[in-house]
Design a binder for this molecule. Sequence first.
Ligand SMILES: Nc1ncnc2c1ncn2[C@@H]1O[C@H](COP(=O)(O)OP(=O)(O)OP(=O)(O)O)[C@@H](O)[C@H]1O
Length: 691
Amino acid sequence: MGDEDWEAEINPHMSSYVPIFEKDRYSSGENGDNFNRTPTSSSEMDDGPSRRDHFMKSGFASGRNFGNRDAGESNKRDNTSTMGGFGVGKSFGNRGFSNSKFEDGDSSGFWRESSNDCEDNPTRNRGFSKRGDNDLDPDECMQRTGGLFGSRRPALSGTGNGDTSQSRSGSGSERGGYKGLNEEVITGSGKNSWKSEAEGGESSDTQGPKVTYIPPPPPEDEDSIFAHYQTGINFDKYDTILVEVSGHDAPPAILTFEEANLCQTLNNNIAKAGYTKLTPVQKYSIPIILAGRDLMACAQTGSGKTAAFLLPILAHMMHDGITASRFKELQEPECLIVAPTRELVNQIYLEARKFSFGTCVRAVVIYGGTQLGHSIRQIVQGCNILCATPGRLMDIIGKEKIGLKQIKYLVLDEADRMLDMGFGPEMKKLISCPGMPSKEQRQTLMFSATFPEEIQRLAAEFLKSNYLFVAVGQVGGACRDVQQTVLQVGQFSKREKLVEILRNIGDERTMVFVETKKKADFIATFLCQEKISTTSIHGDREQREREQALGDFRCGKCPVLVATSVAARGLDIENVQHVINFDLPSTIDEYVHRIGRTGRCGNTGRAISFFDLESDNHLAQPLVKVLTDAQQDVPAWLEEIAFSTYIPGFSGSTRGNVFASVDTRKGKSSLNTAGFSSSQVPNPVDDESWD
Ligand SMILES: Nc1ncnc2c1ncn2[C@@H]1O[C@H](COP(=O)(O)OP(=O)(O)OP(=O)(O)O)[C@@H](O)[C@H]1O
């Protein structure tokens, strides 16, 4: 069927129900969902029993979600409770913050956990951060031990709140791990013989309350669908970035959208999205995907990787034809896109919806933390492109609402994360699900800004042997449009420094990354008390709260977003001018992703990192390399630490290969093997709920 035929098949009634990140959209309530009311500070205070349970389990009698408040009236209200919720402050308050309200309250809450979360942790000096935050949550417990990829988590013993962590960890694995704390429990089915024992164990529906959250639908009007931000002054500099393609018989790059020879509808959508010029990763990836080749592509953060895979996939689908998008109990999508976080899959979905506008292709998004029935309802209405987080995807496959027989395109966004110890086992299961076409029969595409060598080797199992590898510029390196500053700040001076910086920044949008979920709440609350409008996002927050936080940040209501690494990858938020690493992450890859939330699409941004001599020395060497490669100033003290810290396996050169991450088939080493790649070190967000 030709392009035009497909374009004629527009279904004006095709509706999709996914969240958007605008506060006004959270007032639905039409589904009768208690959690779906317009959230106000008071309503958030007024948690239902399930949430209270949740907080108790997390070691917070109350107030752990106070970081979600903006300053002002609600803030005043919050403070009272905050004293109860976080009212400990031993670790912070006794050191230079003696007047802090956090000092009040009983010591059973934050302090006990903060002794693990926030105090210096000598083990980090070795680059193997012992994650003090025992706050395992069941979503995260999907990262089970065993299997090919081993355990994603470091040992849990010997840390403060051991009872909580161990019991919760244990329950997570018993349950097979696909559950979020409040997710609906899926009863095991005898038909799911491909499921592991652990998954088979996920049969109890007595574990926690059901998730009832139904995300509000995104706006359907064309202006909203095509809303976009401007490319920045450095967009044209992309042309000067070196690109290397390896593998045999790579098709030549294209220079313009016209050369891609896409159908008229796609071209119209590209124009409406404001795209006039291809970015380098698009110039190389689009023809490769159009030629039907498997691809592993590494390109810097914010340089357009999403469109690089969506456009050629859509072009193929328009050209080859798709199963009609109509109501069916079992849907068989042609394209499956998986990504590590809920917010990211939703963002990819919105991009897919934008580029497929006016075509017969129906994109659907499903992710954890939302009502499972809602996900199923979205799917059965028709599904050609499925954007999913791994846990929810496996649930839905287990429920036999999705068949994999028709999959022609499998995309792993943030592929290194999808294949590491955390999600790797799920991805392996996915490709061995009944019906999933073999790698010879499907096209597999992997994208990321970082791609450690050993993960590339694992990736080979998913890809045809003749896959192509595209490396754009300093892959695995930081985007040059981000001005990076590293400051030496001790643990107990960090809050003071943060406030000083934020006061100078004013209202400019800023993401503040911290190490743990509890610290995210704590710092957000602290900033609110300092009258800095702040919200927070992390894996302990309910999905409704996460989406509201992102919405408040996007629209500028709360210009400061305190986040754990759950927000480090992929999120594309307009006008984020600053990233502050209040705590540095454990891995250099994570650092690169975090600072990539600013300086996107040719815009400039700033990243400030607090380097704590007590805990961050293991990062000195790779940090010096990243700074040098991105032509940033390297502080002399950092260089000194870098050279005095021996790290096995690190090349030592700060002027190494132009391509920081290279195709492992060429046998070269990569930046990310500097002793700190994400697959080698316990993941910095081991305590996180990702999907
Ligand atoms: N050719 C283009 N012209 C104009 N804008 C573009 C173009 N390609 C992508 N963009 C915009 O650039 C922004 C960043 O794109 P995208 O989110 O795909 O980056 P990314 O490379 O996937 O980043 P990350 O590594 O952080 O996931 C988006 O707002 C996207 O719409």
